[in-house]
Design a binder for this molecule. Sequence first.
Ligand code: NCD
Length: 312
Amino acid sequence: MRHLLSPLDLTVDETNRLLDLADRIYENRSVFSEICHGKKLATLFYEPSTRTRLSFEAAMLNLGGSVLGFSSADSSSAAKGETVADTIRVISSYADICAMRHPKEGAPMVASQFSSIPVINAGDGGHNHPTQTLTDLFTIRRLKGRLTNFTIGFCGDLKFGRTVHSLIEELVRYTGIRFILISPPELKIPSYVRIEVLEANGADYTEITSLEEALPQLDLLYMTRVQRERFFNEEDYIRLKDTYILDERKLSLAKPDMLILHPLPRVNEIAVEVDQDPRAVYFKQAELGVYVRMALILTLLNIPLPEGGTSC
Ligand code: NCD
């Protein structure tokens, strides 16, 4: 039985096969519409979510399966003090696969140790978010045509942004990627990502504070929200929240084919006027997330595919 706790739980080959399967599903949805009939996905969300939870549920429904779960810790027995270990033992007998989001780093990993069904990490604190990474890769591959040889800028809250940590862990495995890390000094990438991921893999990276300086060099810009819920005090959040606001004026410094990604939700960091720009692909990115999650569910459940064989 396999879980997806970190993007590194899939090899690069397996990841590419999963993206190939997502392409197949995207191009021929009806072939897959009953393939998970009788299977159940549990969504165990101890933290707020719109896209991740609903795209997981849409993914399972699109495959002909069913969904059950909870969308906040308050509405589950966590509010009574139940541990993740006990919850997952029980859910294992109610569902075939589960996606878990939790404010504590490592909670889905703990769950996987007590689970008899595959556990997917749908975001654990400021740590990892591997299915957002698959969504990001699928978007880049479909819209840029490759996962190698580009300069990517990560901008905003690189300290607490789990989507950033996971995407960097993934992209250091591909060739010719240059990373430009744009943040205020207080929100720089954590030292474990810098040392154990970027430096350990010999990645080409620069840390800077100016978005304007970075923009002309980028093939991809990955904007992020300042993660209010992970701050220790509100004053720091208020001081830092509007450090970067991407607008049409700044965007005039960028290449004509640069793609703007954002895991969403957006707060202030991208002006609404940018939504009309053909380079803004964040809503498309959210749409594509359903197809990678469909591919992931099929892969982890080891479901035979229409022409035989499994995906990874
Ligand atoms: C992200 C998350 O939850 O980490 N959202 C998402 O899953 N699409 C990013 C965020 O909350 O800022």
